[in-house]
Design a binder for this molecule. Structure first.
Ligand SMILES: [Fe+2]
Ligand SMILES: [Fe+2]
Length: 200
C-alpha cells in the first residue's frame, strides 16, 4: 500500500509487501486464519450489541454488519471447500490480544465504549490493508478479485466504527483517541514478525 493510501486509513506502519509472498506460500493457513477473523468480527459485533443494547444507533449500525461478517465467513469457507482445504483449528490471535492489553480498565463508560470502537476500527483498517496486499500480490486471478472485494468491505467497516464513535463522543475526542490507538498499533506490530500464515 502506498504511503498516501496508508494515510487515508491512518495506519503508521505499512506492511512489508513480502508478507503477501509469504501469504501465498501458506494459502490454506491464510484462509483458515481469515475464516476465523470473519467469525470473530461477527461475534464482536454481537457482543457490542448485547453489551450496549440501550444505544439505538449502535444496535442499528452493527446489526447488518453481523450478517455481513458472517457472510464473509461463509464466502471464505466456500472458497476453502472448493480448494479441498479443511477449516482447521482457530489459533491464538496475538495481534488482537496484544491490542486488548492496551485497553484501559477503570475508565468511564463513554471512554470504554470509545476505546472498544477504536479497536474495532483498527482491526478493520489493518485487515483492509492486508487484503489490499493479497489482492495486489497473489498470483491467482480469482483470489485477487476475491480479496479486492474484502478490502472494500472492510474499509467501509472502518469508516462505520469511526462514525459510530462520533455518535457518542465529540469529534475531537474521537480523533485524539484514534491517534492514540494508531500509536499503540504501531508498537504492537513491531512486536510481531510478519507471518505468512496469518492475516495479522
Ligand atoms: Fe469481514
Ligand atoms: Fe469487517
Amino acid at each position: 500500500m502506498s504511503t498516501a493510501e496508508n494515510s487515508i486509513l491512518g495506519l503508521k506502519m505499512p506492511t512489508d509487501p513480502r508478507w503477501a509472498d509469504l501469504a501465498s506460500i501458506s494459502l490454506q493457513d491464510i484462509l483458515t486464519d481469515h475464516a476465523f477473523c470473519e467469525q470473530k468480527a461477527a461475534t464482536q459485533c454481537i457482543s457490542l450489541i448485547q453489551h450496549y443494547a440501550e444505544r439505538e444507533e449502535l444496535v442499528t449500525a452493527l446489526s447488518p454488519i453481523v450478517t455481513e461478517e458472517w457472510g464473509h465467513f461463509r464466502m471464505v469457507w466456500a472458497e476453502m471447500k472448493k480448494r479441498g482445504f479443511e477449516l482447521g483449528r482457530q489459533r491464538k490471535d496475538e495481534y488482537v490480544n496484544l491490542l486488548l492489553q492496551h485497553e484501559p480498565k477503570n475508565v468511564k463508560e463513554e471512554e470504554r465504549l470509545l476505546n472498544k470502537l477504536m479497536i474495532c476500527a483498527l482491526i478493520e483498517a489493518r485487515s483492509c490493508e492486508r487484503f489490499r496486499l493479497l489482492a495486489a500480490y497473489l498470483e491467482d486471478e480469482y483470489l485477487k478479485q476475491f480479496y479486492h472485494k474484502f478490502m472494500i468491505s472492510e474499509a467501509g467497516h472502518y469508516h462505520l466504527f469511526i462514525e459510530l464513535a462520533e455518535c457518542y463522543s465529540p469529534k475531537e475526542k474521537v480523533r485524539a483517541a484514534w491517534q492514540k490507538w494508531l500509536d499503540i498499533e504501531e508498537k504492537v506490530l513491531a512486536q510481531l514478525k510478519p507471518r505468512g500464515n496469518r492475516i495479522h
